[in-house]
Design a protein around this ligand. Structure first.
Ligand code: NDP
Length: 245
């Protein structure tokens, strides 16, 4: 690993897409902050793998839904590495039920993590990112397929896309790009949980490449946006879904 002198903070990087992203950004030379909410052990394992490969990483617990915890997360990042250049908003949850059956508590929880969490992190990133930085938010391609039971999840991700496009405009003059990546189904706990093998197979075939996305597929796209080759892409929603929609 050859260091690039930059620092990346990846929320929700104890598992799934975020963990793969943390490893990829470290391999690209970023010092990485591995954030988690509850999975301390897996987060530590991600950081250990980075350090064993010669990179630099710390773990930092913070529930992104809590604004004070997000401020503390940026404080910890600055204390450890002196600043922050790239922020990836990967923390997210997905609870599925028809709108008629969706309960208030699950609605509030989904909004708190996916929308308020992304807002909390974007606000702090807007205040503290070094010039030339990158903000990358995770949306979802399911917005385009309008699947029943995904209504509340889709509502949060549509809101994230709105925040992304406006923030890109608001950061004019600082050389900071703000984009969202919208994966199709990716083989992580978030997608696979509670689905039958038949449903997983059917959803894998929704795209013409006829397979599920893997965390590595998404990590490559985020690495492009975070790295020197992606600098001219700004205010965009990049749908990385094998051509599903
Ligand atoms: P996983 O469930 O595999 O991982 C979720 C990660 O988010 C974990 O590291 C988890 O940490 C963290 N997290 C959850 N809640 C919080 C919180 N309140 N504060 C901080 N961290 C939190 O999900 P994926 O990797 O699949 O998803 C990552 C992102 O990609 C999400 O935003 C998701 O909506 C999006 N996405 C995923 C798709 C898929 O098919 N997998 C498709 C399209 C978009 P901990 O374990 O510590 O709670």
């Amino acid at each position: 690993m050859s260091e690039n002198g930059k620092v990346a903070l990846v929320t929700g990087s104890s598992r799934g897409i975020g963990a793969e992203l943390a490893l990829r950004l470290a391999a690209d030379g970023f010092k990485v902050v591995v954030n988690y909410a509850g999975s301390a052990g897996p987060a530590q394992q991600v950081a250990d793998r980075i350090k064993e490969a010669g990179g630099a990483a710390i773990v930092a617990q913070a529930d992104v839904a809590d604004p004070a915890a997000v401020v503390a997360l940026f404080d910890a990042t600055e204390q450890a590495f002196g600043g922050v250049d790239v922020v990836v908003n990967c923390a997210g949850i997905m609870k599925l039920a028809k709108i008629a059956e969706f309960d208030d508590q699950t609605f509030d929880q989904t909004i708190a993590v996916n929308l308020k969490g992304t807002f909390n992190v974007c606000r702090e990133a807007a205040r503290r990112l070094r010039d030339g930085g990158r903000i990358i938010n995770l949306s979802s391609s399911v917005i385009g397929v309008r699947l029943p039971t995904y209504g509340v999840y889709i509502a949060t991700k549509a809101a994230v896309e709105g925040l992304t496009q406006v923030l890109a405009q608001e950061l004019r003059g600082r050389g900071i790009s703000v984009n969202a990546v919208a994966p199709g189904p990716v083989a992580t706990a978030l997608f696979l949980k509670d689905k039958s093998p038949e449903l997983i197979e059917r959803m894998a075939k929704m795209n013409p490449l006829e397979r599920l996305g893997q965390p590595e597929d998404i990590a490559r796209v985020v690495a492009f946006l975070a790295g020197p080759e992606g600098g001219w892409v700004n205010g965009q929603i990049l749908r990385a879904n094998g051509g599903m929609c």
